[in-house]
Write a protein that binds this ligand. Structure first.
Ligand SMILES: Cc1ncc(COP(=O)(O)O)c(C=O)c1O
Length: 368
């Protein structure tokens, strides 16, 4: 790659620092001769539970399955309504559908991009059973306000923490802020596997037990099936890779936070920057800005050799797959965010000099 190109992300470069540990992890699994639910999965489950400060962690196949299994473990009546932000990755909504439940969209706060607690109550019906919050872009949702409403209406609270490894709300880690939480270790996440992987975290023993059964054909004892489960076990190799990478997670988040504070300082106030608030320790999975001429800015940056992404280009309500499922639900705030949001490079592979160049390029575009 030419030296003056700034890619949006370079996972090869991010993982290069772990190369020796990843090679050793792969060798250990290969040499063990035990490839499904061997030693690595429980070792990672314990390490990640400790990291999040929760009592239980269950490794599963990916983040989407983590969400489905977390929802299924609650044993809600079929067709129950689950409140979910209208501004999220489609998986949060699809998981509710896959679990046989009904997604009810709630608009986000335009400053944090996360579900707006002030809008929850107007969507609660006698059929509402849970709130699935999403800690989008690595910022936790407004948990105190959400829990107050959940308590008043006897609703479960779930976290989609797929983008929030290492984020905190009032000094409590994402994954430990609800009844049950789902993580994705998709390769580009702050804690990324070398393939698909996910996990469920909870402090409830009953839910831990149920997810543990559900991920493995509903079976605790080989060939004895207690529940109609599925096969979504965390892969032994991925568990070994994640164990090798977990010790580096805090340094990665610290690096991203340093780059984010540079953007906050250097970028013109003509763009909307991520909100900074002392209650929230943001993990900056993504550094999103909002700008009116988003597509033009993206093209301009590309011409300067700067890669960007859009998270996400199409709002859930506008997705073809959601036509029947979300029929009649209007989410203008989410649509406006999708039309104006742009993710700037913010990765472990980026240097402060590169961030300065990106910020200068954004500012020059805005002046022109
Ligand atoms: C918010 C959110 N939820 C769920 C998922 C699904 O995770 P996975 O791709 O591991 O299935 C992702 C990531 O892709 C995500 O960003």
């Amino acid at each position: 790659m030419p030296a003056d190109v700034i890619p949006y992300e370079d996972l090869g470069a991010v993982n290069a620092q772990y190369r020796a540990a990843l090679d050793a992890a792969a060798k250990e699994v290969l040499d063990s001769g035990w490839y499904i639910l061997g030693k690595q999965v429980p070792a990672f489950e314990t390490a990640f539970a400790n990291y999040c400060g929760v009592q239980h962690c269950i490794g599963v196949g990916n983040g989407m399955d983590a969400l489905i299994l977390a929802l299924e473990a609650l044993q809600l009546p079929a067709g129950s309504e689950v409140l979910v932000p209208s501004n999220t990755y489609i998986a949060s909504i699809l998981a509710i559908v896959r679990a046989g439940l009904k997604p009810v969209l709630v608009e986000p706060d335009a400053a944090t991009y996360n579900i707006n607690p002030a809008l929850l109550e107007q969507h609660i019906s006698t059929n509402t059973k849970a709130i699935l919050v999403v800690h989008l872009y690595g910022k936790c949702a407004d948990m105190d306000a959400i829990h107050a409403i959940a308590k008043a209406h006897r609703l479960y609270v779930l976290e989609d923490a797929a983008q929030a490894h290492g984020a905190l709300y009032k000094n409590v880690k994402a994954g430990n802020l609800s009844d049950i939480a789902a993580f994705s270790f998709y390769p580009s996440k702050n804690l990324g596997a070398i393939g698909d992987a996910g996990a469920v975290c909870t402090n409830h023993e009953v839910l831990d037990n149920r997810v543990r059964l559900l991920r493995n054909y509903g079976s605790r004892k080989k060939y004895h099936n207690e529940l109609p489960g599925t096969n979504s076990r965390l892969d032994e190799l991925q568990a070994a890779f994640l164990l090798a990478k977990l010790p580096g997670l805090d340094a990665l988040v610290a690096h991203k936070r340093m780059l984010a504070s540079m953007y906050n300082e250097l970028l013109s106030d003509a763009v909307q920057k991520p909100e900074v608030h002392p209650d929230y320790f943001d993990a900056y999975h993504i550094y999103p800005i909002r700008v009116a001429k988003r597509n033009e800015l993206r093209q301009y940056l590309l011409e300067q050799g700067i890669g960007t992404e859009i998270h996400y280009p199409i709002a859930p309500v506008q997705q073809a797959a959601m036509k029947d499922i979300l029929q009649g639900q209007q989410t203008p705030i989410a649509v406006a965010i999708h039309d104006s949001i742009l993710s700037l490079p913010i990765s472990y592979c980026h240097t402060p000099e590169q961030i300065e160049r990106v910020a200068n390029a954004v500012n020059s575009f805005l002046k022109s």
